[in-house]
Design a protein around this ligand. Structure first.
Ligand code: HEC
Length: 105
């Protein structure tokens, strides 16, 4: 009986620490962008996916941002929106690369 309780507690601790670890890694740090990193997929994964979802379909925290939703933006207006959005620390070229990516893919 006692060993079952201990096993239960240990399992609980493992589950909780795994969840905590996953939560931390899923919350991409905006400062994570490697200087000069222009691959929009990687920039998105590091800076946007935590709120908008890995597939851009949205989460409870942020809306769907598939290209169909972004028709009212031009590449330029989208880039400047993204640059100032949620305190992003993207460079102008990263914002431009990701704007083009979001508009076309
Ligand atoms: C902290 C959560 C969060 C992060 C990180 C985030 N967004 Fe958002 N985003 C939101 C929320 C909330 C909205 C809706 C409110 C608004 O427009 O600000 C939004 C709106 C948008 C819109 C406008 C959608 C529309 O229909 O007009 C775009 C485009 C967008 N985000 C792109 C990005 C990109 C690109 C990144 C990464 C560089 C990013 N977001 C990072 C939360 C986030």
């Amino acid at each position: 009986m006692r060993s079952k309780i201990i096993l239960f507690v240990i399992t609980g601790l493992i589950v909780v620490s795994t969840l905590a670890f996953t939560a931390c890694t899923a919350q991409a740090d905006p400062t994570d962008t490697v200087a000069g990193q222009l691959d929009p997929k990687q920039v998105f994964a590091a800076n946007c996916a935590s709120c908008h979802g890995a597939h851009r379909l949205g989460t409870p925290d942020a809306p769907n941002i598939m290209k169909e939703v972004l028709v009212s933006y031009t590449d330029t207006s989208l880039a400047s929106f993204i640059k100032g959005h949620n305190g992003q620390l993207l460079t102008a070229s990263q914002a431009a690369a990701i704007a083009t990516y979001l508009k076309t893919k």
